[in-house]
Design a protein around this ligand. Structure first.
Ligand SMILES: NC(=O)c1ccc[n+]([C@@H]2O[C@H](COP(=O)([O-])OP(=O)(O)OC[C@H]3O[C@@H](n4cnc5c(N)ncnc54)[C@H](O)[C@@H]3O)[C@@H](O)[C@H]2O)c1
Length: 330
């Protein structure tokens, strides 16, 4: 039985806490949040206690931590948990600064504890099936990947200001998916970005629409399209072209209902946002972490994956700034 302490009782924290609580091999022992009301609510829901960070990390009855607090707390909490010998699951991104991520990963390495980074999309059942078929050679040699990832609506401006920008906050998921699907590291990145949805996002120094092209050493290409707006719901699709065919994984719809009439055929919209769309992926992600901790094996996504995705996001930012493709060393 793996006993958990969870940091963060916000949106994603509620999901992870529920997934720990439902797992037969895990229990949520402590919830820590600077917002004690939020911590108490979540702890009560799952029969856990409200705790304080230092005491929770010093508690030998706690084996693992989930870090689902605000991004600016991740690196410090990872280091503290690693030094306390706990296995760590941390939400993306580890930090917004590459140097800070590298320093944090050095502490984790020194401590010898497992660190999993929450790239939940790899655990979406349809994307996982696509990946499995791709690696099994179902469409021959991979040539091109297309990732479409559109949020239904922009986040509040207060969030945009501290998010680290579209590339490090939002596209980081797609950049991780690109690496995972391509099966090799991109060596060249070209990014173009605009403010097409809300000029206020531009006024605080961010973009809301971006198109990125990645190229690997073997010549494989990946295109990522991000928008902070899709009037029809959360748009999450992948297409991979190979020498012998094509693989597609599409949106999950609210239901499979189709209404056919004289004016046409109308289907349901995609799920509204990530909490619904990736509910199963969040479950499978945490299952993977618990299995890895129990079996003392490596989790499916690591700190290195977190660092690599951030390096690609940094390259996108540089490419937008310079208007040129950025070469990446391996
Ligand atoms: N993988 C995904 O799909 C996904 C989705 C949403 C958010 N996230 C990531 O999860 C993190 C949290 O996002 P959210 O949307 O749940 O935010 P949120 O604002 O809803 O929740 C964050 C919580 O962290 C708490 N907190 C702040 N500082 C803390 C500290 N030092 N110790 C303990 N708790 C602290 C806040 O009080 C708040 O309750 C972010 O890093 C975000 O990037 C990932």
């Amino acid at each position: 039985m793996i006993s958990f302490c969870q940091f963060g009782a916000g949106r994603i924290g509620a999901i992870h806490a529920a997934n720990i609580a439902r797992h037969p091999g895990a229990r949520l022992r402590t919830v820590v949040d600077v917002d004690v009301v939020a911590a108490a609510k979540l702890a009560e829901r799952h029969g856990a206690a409200v705790g304080e960070a230092a005491a929770a990390l010093a508690d030998p009855a706690i084996h693992a931590v989930v870090i689902a607090s605000s991004t600016d707390t991740h690196a410090t909490l990872i280091e503290a948990a690693a030094r306390a010998g706990k296995a760590v699951f941390c939400e993306k991104p580890i930090d917004l600064d590459r140097g800070r991520v590298e320093a944090c990963l050095a502490v984790v390495k020194q401590a010898g504890v497992p660190l999993m980074v929450g790239f939940n999309r790899r655990f979406d059942p349809n994307f996982a099936k696509l990946h499995e078929q791709l690696r099994a050679g179902r469409i021959g040699k991979l040539e091109m990947v297309a990732i479409t990832s559109r949020d239904p609506a922009p986040p509040p401006l207060a969030y945009v200001k501290v998010s680290g920008g579209l590339f490090r906050d939002m596209m980081i998921h797609d950049l991780d998916m690109a690496r995972w699907l391509l099966g090799e590291e991109p060596v060249e990145v070209y990014a173009a970005a605009s403010c097409l949805v809300d000029p206020a996002i531009g006024q605080v120094g961010d973009v809301d629409s971006a198109a990125v092209t990645l190229k690997t050493a073997s010549g494989a290409l990946c295109q990522i399209a991000n928008s902070r707006r899709a009037s029809y719901g959360y748009d999450q699709r992948i297409e991979v072209l190979g020498a012998a065919g094509m693989l597609q994984a599409g949106n999950q719809l609210k239901s499979t209902l189709v209404v056919a009439g004289a004016d046409g055929v109308i289907g349901e919209k995609p799920q509204p946002f990530f909490l619904e769309r990736y509910a199963e992926a969040y479950r499978r992600e945490l299952d993977n972490f618990i299995s890895a901790v129990t079996a003392k094996t490596a989790p499916a996504t690591t700190g290195t994956d977190g660092l690599r995705a951030l390096m690609l996001a940094d390259a996108c930012v540089e490419s937008v700034k310079t208007g040129r493709a950025v070469r990446l060393s391996q």
